[in-house]
Design a protein around this ligand. Sequence first.
Ligand code: GTP
Ligand code: MG
Length: 339
Amino acid sequence: MDKHPFIDKVRIFVKAGTGGSGCLSFRREKGVPFGGPDGGNGGNGGSVILLGNSGLSTLIDFRYKPHFEAERGEHGMGKNMYGRNAKDMTILVPLGTVVKDFDTGEVLGEILNENPGMLIAKGGKGGRGNTSYKCSTNRAPKSFEYGEEGEEKTIFLELKSIADVGIIGYPNAGKSTLLSKISKANPKIANYPFTTLSPNLGVVRIEAGVSFTWADIPGLIDGAHTGAGLGGEILRHVERTKILVHMVDVSAEERDPVKDYTNINKELALYSKELAKKPQVVAANKLDMPGAKKNYELLKKHLAKKKVKLFPIAAMKGEGLKELVFEVFKKYKKIKEKN
Ligand SMILES: Nc1nc2c(ncn2[C@@H]2O[C@H](COP(=O)(O)OP(=O)(O)OP(=O)(O)O)[C@@H](O)[C@H]2O)c(=O)[nH]1
Ligand SMILES: [Mg+2]
């Protein structure tokens, strides 16, 4: 089985804490013949709250732990002691998580930011102790309340994709440059590896009213599937896209573009079968550089054997980008029609 199956939908059960019961008690002390009621109120049960967290990018952990139950409130006690309110239970979810009611399918909300959280199940109110029933006509009330039940719910969590298209490749290949040329995104671009540490998003317009979103994924390195160079986190971002644009820098004469291309795909496959199956469009970048042509031809020949088309581009100069974007859009439309 895959180490990292693609999990973007999970069902979880949440139960808020029940309120503590109120206390029925009378003060009894030596020399005090009638002490009066002294039963305190119960504490409130804890609520269940979903909280966005930017460090998370998958719902996979919920598969192993789908049950959440907040603590109950403490019961009220004699001597007018109130029961303690229980702490709320917070469940951390990745940003972009859509929350649905499992039974009705109704969308309850979407977690887009780290704050505020979203209340999913409200804790039961604590019950009143008999002291609180005391009044001028009833000085020795024997009434008290049980704590209210905490709310219980089954919900669906669904993780929306970060972008339709993810641009992947080794560090410094020109991924952010491409994003900056085809969208209004303004990612950091620099001539050293690991410039991008978390994906930037850009909307790419095809024509009036027709667009899709692209993300520049941080550079992958060998061993990424084991976590090397933020690998695990990056690959989880990759999982959340529908199509990949695999970018190979063909300008460096000392590099082997076929090896570069193969190694990145190896990392995807080692991480999960799903990633290996994700549709790809391959682009050779930096063709404006002297010597790039040779490596481009090498890669093109290799890909031709696999019936994979290679798109020559010079992202910095904006060359070849139209053809690339249209090919990606064509593939994207096909995927959308299927779903
Ligand atoms: N000559 C040339 N240089 C390019 C081209 N595209 C990008 N570059 C340069 O390559 C360097 C890396 O570009 P980035 O867009 O930051 O690369 P990246 O793949 O996003 O890099 P990481 O975020 O570190 O993974 C920058 O100095 C760019 O100016 C191109 O088409 N031709
Ligand atoms: Mg970058």
